[in-house]
Design a binder for this molecule. Structure first.
Ligand SMILES: NC(=O)c1ccc[n+]([C@@H]2O[C@H](COP(=O)([O-])OP(=O)(O)OC[C@H]3O[C@@H](n4cnc5c(N)ncnc54)[C@H](OP(=O)(O)O)[C@@H]3O)[C@@H](O)[C@H]2O)c1
Length: 336
């Protein structure tokens, strides 16, 4: 098949290119060339989706069987891409997120849970996660209104694996490799369900090849992994002599520890990791064990040269001083 990837340079795009080429598809990628990483076997086309001329030039390179949009973050630009490409592609696969659901990140969810409303502006003080979810709803609507049953919407939960730019698993790997007493959030048996980027890519290409329409959550099975398993896998991968100190949710909250970012992947709500993906599972989604992902991520990190710094990486991780202070407060609480 002839595939156009709107994106292709960072994380999911890279995995898609590699697997699409393995499956003998013909791949064109479209990026501005800012992130600097290109899989050379795919045909890279340079341009900015915010630039009408660049989009018109891209459309003139059609037709394609499918466009896979990994880089669409704002409804206006996604609507523009969908409109320009509508007569040049048979199917538009849009990579959205579970943040579109009203109940994220506190409630259990499945494919039929209610999604947020799209409004061009959020309420004052809207969090970046809410803004992201609201705008992704607008992007989904732009694609479905233009492509109808030729649209496919993918809603991954947290994606991890080699080349992960947000840096969640890399942060834990480096922290565990650093050794010493590690502030471990909650409980070892707290369930988590991140999904490997290569499993997302494989399912995306299955959808493309089978021309599946509709929307699909993409998460590892509920309860398939635990936070303790994640940190043990980090110890196994790095050989780091870290000592895990599990500190309960309420205490972390009382210390003002920022959920999700200061201790990556930690949220105190049971619903965060209860996102079910029955449609994708029925369509063949398979997920590798978390330990394999962690080991492969460490292998990549150990060999990787300097990586592009993503804006979202800046907010990640607790400082050594603050980690020590929270642990000291935890110790004094127990000895009181
Ligand atoms: N990471 C997660 O945990 C997670 C979870 C759920 C959903 N998602 C979604 O999954 C998708 C993942 O994307 P990814 O970043 O891994 O994809 P990617 O295709 O690997 O990287 C995005 C590419 O888009 C290009 N790009 C950005 N803005 C552009 C523009 N205006 N015009 C042309 N190209 C542009 C960037 O290159 P240049 O800078 O060179 O242009 C980059 O190569 C996103 O839609 C995200 O919302 C992610």
């Amino acid at each position: 098949m002839r595939l156009l990837i709107l994106g292709g340079g960072w994380f999911l795009g890279r995995a898609l290119i590699e697997q699409a080429l393995e499956r003998d598809h013909n791949v064109v990628t479209f990026t501005r060339g800012k992130s600097g990483s290109v899989v050379p076997e795919a045909a890279p086309h340079r341009g900015d989706r915010a630039n009408d001329r660049d989009m018109a030039d891209l459309a003139a390179m059609g037709p394609w069987d499918v466009v896979i949009d990994t880089s669409g973050m704002t409804p206006g630009l996604v609507e523009r891409s969908a409109r320009v490409l509508a007569s040049e592609v048979d199917r538009y696969v849009y990579v959205s997120t579970v943040n579109v659901y009203q109940g994220w990140p506190t409630q259990p969810l499945d494919d039929s849970s209610p999604i947020r409303s799209y409004l061009p502006y959020g309420p004052p003080g809207e969090s970046s996660a809410d803004q992201y979810g609201r705008e992704k709803v607008g992007c989904e609507q732009a694609v479905t209104s233009m492509f109808g049953d030729r649209a496919t919407i993918l809603r991954p939960g947290v994606i991890i694996g080699p080349h992960e730019y947000v840096g969640r698993i890399p942060w834990w790997l480096r922290r565990i490799a650093g050794g010493g007493r590690v502030l471990a959030p909650g409980f070892p048996d707290w369930p988590i369900q991140p999904i490997d980027v290569r499993d997302v890519a494989a399912f995306t290409l299955d959808v493309v090849e089978q021309q599946l329409a509709g929307s699909f959550n993409l998460t590892a099975p509920i309860g398939s992994a635990t936070f303790g398993g994640l940190l043990d896998a980090c110890r196994q991968a790095t050989g780091g002599p870290a000592e895990l100190e599990w500190v309960d949710h309420d205490f972390l909250i009382s210390q003002g520890v920022r959920e999700w970012t200061e201790l990556p992947l930690w949220r105190p709500y049971p619903g965060t990791w209860k996102v079910d993906s029955p449609r994708a599972r029925a369509a063949g989604l398979t997920c590798r064990p978390l330990t394999d992902t962690v080991i492969d991520t460490w292998e990549w990190l150990s060999k990787a040269g300097p990586q592009p710094v993503h804006e979202r990486a800046a907010e990640l991780g607790i400082s050594p001083e603050r980690e020590a202070a929270v642990l000291a407060a935890w110790d004094s609480r127990r000895t009181r």
